[in-house]
Design a protein around this ligand. Structure first.
Ligand SMILES: NC(=O)c1ccc[n+]([C@@H]2O[C@H](COP(=O)([O-])OP(=O)(O)OC[C@H]3O[C@@H](n4cnc5c(N)ncnc54)[C@H](O)[C@@H]3O)[C@@H](O)[C@H]2O)c1
Length: 189
């Protein structure tokens, strides 16, 4: 199998979180030079213990800090954007915090990549909400609602190159293959 990550520099935002830390481990296994970025607002450094000194860690808040110097220096081949706050109840209780961490932080990242590392491929976790609620149908990467995000109507997504990680079923479509990853810390301190 072709390994697109061997020897490539890869950034994982939210790298100390649930999905991000497992992604870091997987990318290291694939031979990538990994940098994990996180503000540790809900993630934990202990999630990165298995990666140890095989990756670099940068503490940074995407909503406030300027990523351009890091991006300009590293010229990452791939940027996995996994940072965010996932709690729906928290988004209702504290919408401003939710907006900063999810919407503003994402726009900041996209702008910084465009300015300082325009060749980076950006991948994002999206949301389980794209599948709707209810039903007992097994979800797959080519399930209809996931595919609909690639239509021209989703114009704001056009600037992002969407690619699934080869062999990693736990990434692009939320929930697919997540169960083997359980057991790692996630959530608010
Ligand atoms: N876990 C799932 O099943 C699932 C399903 C669908 C979508 N998602 C999405 O995937 C993403 C990650 O989910 P998770 O379960 O790994 O959550 P998580 O809380 O475990 O990880 C998110 C990480 O992002 C970091 N972070 C938050 N705001 C930041 C900021 N401004 N700057 C830098 N780092 C910041 C947190 O400290 C944390 O380590 C979220 O956007 C979530 O909505 C997750």
């Amino acid at each position: 199998m072709t390994n697109a990550y061997q020897g490539r520099r890869v950034l994982v935002t939210g790298g100390a979180g649930f999905i991000g830390s497992h992604l870091v481990d997987d990318l290291i296994q694939r031979g990538a030079e990994v940098t994990a970025l996180d503000d540790l607002s809900s993630g934990y450094l202990k999630n990165l213990e298995s990666a140890g000194d095989r990756m670099a860690f940068v503490k940074m808040d995407l909503a406030k800090d300027d990523m351009r110097p890091l991006l300009a220096k590293q010229q990452f081949a791939y940027v996995f954007h996994v940072a965010g706050h996932a709690s729906v109840p928290a988004s209702v209780e504290r919408p401003r915090l939710d907006f900063d961490c999810n919407a503003l932080a994402t726009v900041n990242l996209l702008e910084a990549v465009r300015d300082s590392s325009p060749h980076s491929v950006i991948l994002h976790t999206s949301s389980a909400a794209i599948y709707g609620s209810g039903g007992d149908t097994l979800l797959r990467e080519d399930s209809a609602k996931h595919r609909s995000l690639r239509t021209p109507s989703a114009s704001w997504l056009r600037s992002i190159t969407w690619r699934s990680m080869p062999g990693c079923t736990g990434f692009a479509p939320p929930f697919c293959g997540c169960s083997p990853l359980m057991g790692r810390a996630s959530g608010s301190r």
